[in-house]
Ligand binder design. Structure first.
Ligand code: ATP
Length: 256
């Protein structure tokens, strides 16, 4: 069944700011990144306030994944610095977690152990609470292979949240899901973002998804921020048919 979904409706979620506390500020100071002679990022200067939900859109090859890898500490910028809560980022850190298009669960661990991968005292209770939050309280004892694609992504989300990261990076996490499951995941992501208060950076090809979920959309084009657009309408009103949403979507598309 084809379901025409221009935007995500989240009328069941009140438009409140995220809970204060966990989110960390993320700043790019003159970031460039080259691979050999190829300049992929050509100078990024911007600050993402703690707890903000930012979507990054752009054409294939525009440098989105490269930027993500720099934030995660999987790679280093050629020049410039990334600061997290004011401190220059150095290598992998537990305050930043990643969610990818594929859930990357460990097939030899049951769902609960996948979520509680970090272990430590009280890990089982914590993992169970997170599974309940993502709607999978009754699947703790299952093996990953019995889960649907959407359920696997829910487990991956619970696992990412178990360490209460200050920044959650999402690299096309819903790209492989069908339209209805995507809408469910949009609702869930909005809910957990509100509850946990992390700073969110979502990479997506889907402009409708970007304007539906984010506070702010960055358009990355040829290694630069071609547009920085505030989505200044309440989430509860971001339904298909809202003319202001359509206008914002047009602005983002024009910049892409
Ligand atoms: N390790 C690498 N070595 C050489 N070139 C690279 C490397 N990583 C990325 N690139 C190049 O950098 C450019 C940007 O790639 P990147 O994956 O960041 O783009 P993207 O915007 O995420 O694209 P997509 O939407 O297709 O994932 C591409 O031209 C790519 O070939």
């Amino acid at each position: 069944m084809m379901v025409p979904l221009r935007a995500v409706e989240t009328p069941d979620i009140p438009d409140e700011p995220p809970m204060a506390g966990k989110g960390l500020e993320l700043a790019f100071d003159g970031i460039t990144k080259s691979f050999g002679d190829a300049a992929v990022l050509k100078g990024l200067d911007l600050t993402i306030p703690a707890g903000q939900f930012v979507a990054v859109v752009g054409r294939s090859g525009g440098g989105k994944t490269t930027l993500m890898r720099l934030i995660a500490g999987l790679d280093s910028p050629t020049t410039g610095a990334i600061r997290i809560a004011g401190t220059a980022r150095r290598g992998l850190q537990p305050d930043v977690r990643l969610l990818f298009q594929d859930a990357r669960l460990l097939p030899w661990q049951r769902v609960l152990s996948n979520v509680g991968i970090a272990r430590g005292p009280g890990w089982k209770e914590r993992a169970r609470a997170l599974l309940a939050e993502v709607g999978l309280a009754d699947r703790a004892g299952d093996w990953p292979y019995v889960l649907s694609g959407g359920q696997k992504q829910r487990v991956a989300l619970a696992r990412a949240l178990v360490t209460e990261p200050g920044i959650l990076l999402l690299d096309e996490p819903f790209g492989a899901l069908d339209a209805l499951t995507r809408v469910d995941m949009h609702r869930l992501l909005t809910k957990v973002w509100r509850q946990h208060g992390f700073t969110a950076v979502l990479i997506t090809h889907d402009v409708a998804e970007a304007v539906a979920l984010a506070d702010r959309v960055l358009v990355l084009r040829e290694g630069r921020v071609a547009a920085d657009i505030a989505i200044d309408i309440p989430r509860g009103t971001r339904a298909a048919g809202n003319p202001r949403l359509a206008e914002l979507e047009r602005r983002v598309l024009a910049a892409v």
